[in-house]
Unconditional design. Structure first.
Length: 355
């Protein structure tokens, strides 16, 4: 007897109108009918013969076609016995980190009262692995460089720098030298540049990016788009357990205000008077971390809910923390993005389909 088994790295997510298979190993995803989602679930632990007895004879050709599709796409395989089937356990969908925070954002402004090197010391002591340094105004790059140098011999793995294109153009060779010298810099991004260009410094490790995009505000976030989807194991499992926008994140704005996210209104104190540890120990700081996609209006019905990054700062109904992200232009009830033929908003669809 043959038993079909989905590869453990291939995860099914059911939506209102269709489902997706996410291949977490290859980093790809594909839309499938909800009928196929149901077939895969029903088939677990059932032999091919048992499945044929379970479904009407007129459906057998479709069932065979579906299984051939799964085999051809390398989403699954046939086991020769039930014992062999049970030798392939599922991936555990638990998520945790060996440090209290995963990401920190520091916005640099003209407030010279902020002790940035002390802030870096706090980040190192908390073992935060990912740091982003941002600025809207033209600043002395040596300030940022001193912060990066302070991260040497620490567990800060990556530093991303986002700053405006300098008034006095810096030669590419000098920039490359700075990035090579500070190996933790994985990307140095110049916004508001007169041209767009990507300069590779160390292959697959560090880049210098020039973009024409103007950042007039550093709270420009929450855009939901397929190009930002993350079909990988870490994002998938975190999405099932936590809020991917806010979980283990912290930010310090240009005035020293400490927030869970730069775009959130609530401040938990100022870095001049309060440490990151003190903020982290406040119960209110973590209050939104467990708002998963399965709890959010519309998102809970979307097949892409474990692929996209959520946003709680910009939501459609500000009186409801479980409201859909305001910048999401996908309607999961008709499977169309804004701009596609036949697209209507979720609000209009609900109005048309209210009994």
């Amino acid at each position: 007897m043959k038993y079909f088994n989905l590869f453990a790295c291939c995860k099914l997510v059911k939506g209102s109108f269709r489902s997706v298979i996410i291949d977490l190993q290859r980093g790809i995803y594909e839309a499938i009918p909800n009928d196929l989602y149901e077939l895969i679930n029903v088939s677990r632990g059932k032999s091919k013969e048992e499945l044929e007895n379970f479904y009407e004879k007129e459906n057998h050709s479709v069932i065979h076609e579906y299984f051939n599709f799964l085999i051809d796409r390398e989403y699954g395989f046939w086991c020769n016995s039930l014992d062999e089937f049970h030798r392939f356990p599922d991936i555990r969908e638990e998520w945790d980190l060996p440090f209290p925070l995963s990401n920190v954002i520091i916005d640099i402004g003209s407030d010279s009262a902020i002790d940035y090197l002390n802030l870096i010391d706090q980040i190192i002591n908390l073992r935060i692995p990912h740091l982003q340094i941002r600025a809207l105004i033209d600043i002395d790059f040596s300030i940022i460089e001193s912060m990066v140098i302070a991260c040497e011999r620490s567990n800060v793995n990556t530093v991303q720098i986002l700053i405006p294109y300098p008034k006095n153009e810096v030669p590419i060779l000098r920039l490359k030298k700075i990035v090579r010298k500070n190996v933790r810099i994985n990307s140095l991004i110049f916004h508001s540049s007169p041209y767009s260009k990507v300069v590779k410094v160390i292959d697959k490790l560090s880049y210098i990016v020039f973009t024409k995009k103007h950042f007039t505000s550093l709270d420009d976030c929450g855009i939901v788009s397929k190009k930002y989807f993350c079909p990988n194991l870490n994002h998938f499992v975190e999405s099932k357990n936590f809020n991917t926008c806010l979980n283990r994140k912290i930010s310090i704005d240009a005035y020293g205000e400490i927030r869970n996210c730069p775009s959130m209104k609530t401040s938990f104190g100022n870095i001049k008077y309060k440490s990151l540890v003190e903020v982290l120990n406040e119960e209110g700081f973590k209050s939104l971390w467990k708002i998963t996609k399965d709890k959010i209006d519309v998102c809970k019905d979307c097949e892409f809910r474990y692929l996209c990054t959520d946003c709680r700062a910009n939501i459609k109904d500000t009186s409801n923390i479980y409201s859909q992200p305001a910048k999401c232009n996908y309607n999961p009830y008709i499977c169309k993005w804004k701009g596609q033929k036949g697209y209507i908003t979720v609000e209009k669809w609900r109005k048309n389909n209210t009994q």
